[in-house]
Write a protein that binds this ligand. Sequence first.
Ligand SMILES: O=C(O)CCC(=O)C(=O)O
Length: 311
Amino acid sequence: MAETFVVPQSLIDTYAREGAVLIPQPFGAHWIDGMIERVERIVHDWEAGSQAFPVMRRNGAMGIQNVILRDPFFRRWATGSPVASIVAQVTGSRRVRFYFDNFFIKEGRGEENGTQLHHDVPAFGFQGTQLPSFWLALTDVDMDNAPLVTYAGSQGDFRHRFRSPAQKPGLPLLPGYREPREIPDYLAEGGYEKRIHVARKGDVIMVNPYTIHASLHQPSDGQARLRIGFSSRWLGDDVTWQGSLYHEVEASTHPRPLAPGEAPPDDWFPVVWDRDLGPVAERTGRFTTHVTLEPRKGYHTTLEGDRPRPA
Ligand SMILES: O=C(O)CCC(=O)C(=O)O
């Protein structure tokens, strides 16, 4: 039976007001210990030549994507721990579906591995206000270990979009988007206060997809430190497909083109948790998603939506 965790109303209010909130220790130690053991094993095996997980190491940082789909322990966490019900409580969503996940591991020393200012909404083809990042600390993340930084209130009225600083070069600036170099002006104009989220291993920081965030970097003091953040993304009631040229890879994974404004199809993104029915995926065993790293061959995305690629 899925475990429960009741999020205090004060934290739900903080998330609504500030666009981010730290939730202290919502999971039993067995989940956290198991996840740490698994991710250490994944990195160890990758260093020994395994290709089972897509690990990327660069500039004192390491990323691993889509671990939940590939690893049975992480899948059990996604369906049997309180994660999906916490997402529902904090975002006010009636139903929650799984989207994808990525690890943000920092193992370097110095400025190169801080995360740049950005928000998540432009990076995803599915968009809405109920699509949080559920960022779980798997190490202590002190001031000197690259804590997350968010700007309170910068989720604004959900109309602003800065294209991703990590976007593939050469794409045009689409209508409705601004350049990421304009983010500091947006923050200054709004007077949004900077919050630095020092976290203990096992703490969660939930971030609204419109909230501007970043991370500090590890200091250049010669000491090797490991900082592990595990970010899973979840789809709530108001999320629909808004794919554009910026979401070509994601669209290419879809078995059929989605219409703009279409809700996540049930068979691609089955419900994990429902306010009336509780932990649906745990009971039915139906759990999957459609974001993978490997674009499906034969699809491309146009400004009107994604379409089969002409022969
Ligand atoms: O952990 C980090 O440094 C960045 C995390 C992040 O940007 C995210 O989860 O969206």
